[in-house]
Design a protein around this ligand. Structure first.
Ligand code: PFF
Length: 459
């Protein structure tokens, strides 16, 4: 399965001596690590609850298959073909006119990591509290006290130090090694928790809400928009993360197979997380808390449930928040790597300096979110929703219309016969389906983001 490790770049015309992933599984796990994160457990469950549970899940699966996988193939192709980070890759294949899209990717990565790290800090804190003091009896008040201000700042900074520490070390020894250890751990924990949740009394109601669609919701444009934005966020698409990881791939890997593996694993973890979250919440009668709150849903309802369960709740809660923290760290690595690799390539800076320099700047920018959860929500909407959708639109237009021939050839390289047969379909989707559908959704995302910005400054 694994390829020989190589630290030199075999392709002509690319930067010399670019470090590559050592093994095929190293890349796949790092990419799955990027995809599986807070988005799967925190964002997915509250967005799914808002979007009517099962109806949302159905739309979400369609979005992943029709838009997510083709878009991931676009990013992987551009990255592996150029062996460059986003700005250089787009310049190389499209000329200077495409540099702004690469810059948007870097800005988006910077902004997402700035608040992502604050939320990750909450998960670290909850995991630590499960061991030391247990879950608070009034989870709402506790969340209010720890989610912003000095308490949030410490954990945010601790999380950023961890992330910088891994990215600084490099692709094989840092990113790949972390993913090889952390991802299997996360899978086991989530699987174990889903089995445990099955044994809860009252779990059936949770499954019913989660798994039996109310098809009226399917026609709601908000559900469609949220499902798309969630698919991009969860699969780490629209900001060059997959592009950057693929730039560390050797040329003979089957991108098609990997895009499908990564997307499936990402969906599987989100789905399994739902199999934990919904039974727990319904078993303890906390469903109102989830549908009414957004950012805090998971951090109030679930700790409340764990507290109500007493001693066993502490063990389960610890495992749950550990899994979240593990998912968060492997995603944060990819966010910082997009920014770091661009700085390395554009300014010829040493990796260590680039990772520390940019990491510190991101940590500082994150202070705004750490001090105020309204800022956090706003940056999530602008960068995690709007910018990702703009980035995805740009990427699909670029690959669909400006490097069509190259894409087919690049996808076919290393692909099995079955996958070769679907390449024309993928290219058709990228050219004719993705741009109009994403543009349609962008229209609504823009309206919502502008309204949110207006609310924020108006209040
Ligand atoms: N996919 C990550 C999650 O679901 O938590 C978040 C993320 C990571 C988004 C990397 C974008 C990205 F480039």
């Amino acid at each position: 399965m694994s390829q020989p490790s190589s630290s030199s770049n075999p392709s002509p015309g690319a930067a010399p001596a670019r470090e590559l992933f050592g093994t095929k599984w190293g890349f796949v796990l790092a990419a799955v690590g990027s995809a599986v994160g807070l988005g799967n457990m925190w964002r997915f469950s509250y967005v799914a609850a808002e979007g009517g549970g099962a109806a949302f899940v159905v739309v979400y699966i369609a979005m992943i298959a029709l838009l997510g996988v083709p878009l991931m193939l676009c990013e992987l192709t551009v990255g592996r073909r150029t062996h460059l980070s986003p700005i250089g890759a787009l310049r190389n294949l499209g000329g200077r006119a495409w540099v702004p899209l690469g810059v948007l990717f870097v800005v988006t990565g910077f902004l997402i990591l700035s608040y992502y790290s604050v939320i990750a800090g909450w998960t670290l804190r909850y995991a630590a509290e499960a061991v030391t003091v247990g879950f608070a009896p009034d989870p709402g008040a506790h969340f209010g006290a720890i989610s912003q201000g000095a308490a949030a700042v410490y954990w945010h900074l601790a999380f950023m130090v961890l992330t910088i520490g891994i990215v600084m070390v490099g692709v094989q020894k840092g990113i790949e090694r972390a993913a090889m250890i952390l991802m299997p751990t996360l899978f086991l924990i989530v699987l174990g928790l889903a089995v445990w949740a099955f044994t809860l009394e009252g779990a059936a109601e949770g499954y019913a809400f989660y798994l039996m669609p109310d098809f009226n919701e399917l026609l709601d444009p908000t559900v469609l928009r949220q499902a798309m934005a969630q698919a991009f966020f969860s699969l780490s698409l629209g900001m060059g993360a997959m592009l950057t990881f693929a730039s560390y791939l050797s040329r003979d890997t089957d991108l098609n197979q990997e895009a499908v593996t990564i997307s499936f694993a990402d969906f599987a973890v989100a789905f399994a997380a739902g199999l934990v979250v919904f039974p727990v919440i319904f078993a303890l009668g906390l469903q109102d808390q989830v549908s009414e709150s957004t950012v805090g849903a998971l951090f109030i309802a679930l700790p409340g449930a764990f507290e109500a369960m007493g001693g066993p709740g502490r063990v389960v809660g610890l495992l749950f928040f550990l899994a979240l923290a593990v998912g968060a760290i492997t995603s944060a690595i990819s966010l910082l790597e997009v920014v770091t690799s661009s700085i390395i390539d554009e300014f010829k800076m040493a990796r260590k300096n680039a990772a520390i320099g940019m990491g510190v700047l991101i940590a500082l920018a994150g202070l705004f979110s750490a001090f105020n959860t309204d800022v956090l929500g706003l940056v999530d909407q602008v960068a995690g929703d709007l910018f990702l959708v703009i980035g995805a639109l740009g990427m699909s237009i670029f690959v669909g219309w400006f490097m069509k021939e190259d894409t087919a050839a690049e996808l076919a390289r290393g692909a099995g016969e079955g996958f070769k047969a679907v390449i024309p379909t993928v290219l058709f989707l990228v050219r004719w389906v993705l741009p109009p559908v994403i543009a349609f959704v962008l229209w609504f995302a823009m309206g919502d983001a502008l309204a949110a910005i207006g609310d924020f400054f108006g209040s």
